[in-house]
Design a protein around this ligand. Sequence first.
Ligand code: ASP
Length: 349
Amino acid sequence: MKKLFFGILLMLGVSMMAFAKPNIVILATGGTIAGEAKSDLATTGYKAGSLGIEVLINAVPELKNIANISGEQVANIDSSNMTDQVWLTLANKVNSLLSSSNVDGIVITHGTDTMEETAYFLNLVVKSNKPVVLTGAMRPATAISADGPKNLYNAVSLAGDKNAKNKGVMVAINDKIYSAREVSKTHTLNVETFKAPNSGEIGYIVDGKVFFNSLSIKAHTKDSPFNVRGLKELPKVDIVYTYSNDGSKAAVEAFLNAGAKGLVVAGSGAGSIHENQKNYLIELLSQKKLVVAKSSRVGSGLVPLSEEEIQQGFISANNLNPQKARVLLMLALTKTSNPKEIQKYFNLY
Ligand code: ASP
């Protein structure tokens, strides 16, 4: 009799756990998803990062059917104004929240302009296998057919999905799921702006149901060596563009004088650098004045290095676009300034 009683209790407990809603924390940082325009027809000229987290959550009452939601405002900015300080605050907050058994996943609302950079940064410094999902919107919250509410609903569905663990930081937008390493904004205004040019999306969300179809094999989160706990700032890394009749030697000089420890070159084609700029970079590399990663302004594809370039000390950014290469180079420089060691990071992450 006693055994039967405990058996029933156990079964009840197990089935309650199976139906228990996940605990999801939404961290808001601003962006168009929190944007307010003067007219409901306006999709430009609005103020991004205007509405608070409560307004975003209240706009989607369906969220409470799929998760226990709590929210926190970390920043309220246009993401084109993103800073290393907000990244460090965000990373530490995510790590501390996810270390609690009361939190199952995190959604971060973010402007779309630099979402790919924040997502990749977190992908390298979050130390948890629980889901972290970034989302945003291309149309302000006040617009007809605003895309924010559906994107938020999808992001919460993904963050609470039991199959979303161990996949690194993800972006859920316009019904698609992308890995943080691969995702990039590709259109200035259209809602179908995010793509993963080297690999494609890793899944879809249909009516709140999550479907995965592929995965990035690059190491992330717990398998990355980078840790920002206790870090007050990140090493300064800047990006220089190469172009016809290149005069960017002056830009390199200015970055160096402003304290840059590393530079990413947005080269042409497979990472070619105009000779005006390249000769100067070779000089700086030989004096160990900074570390230089070659990336490409093309938007997809690998940047190879010649034997000579390896000897000169250049690093290949692999197939990371310049803005993502900058993120990895900053984190790499928290560990070493040896180009060969940094190259290993670019091959792995
Ligand atoms: N400028 C906005 C931002 O990145 C664009 C957006 O969110 O879609 O904050």
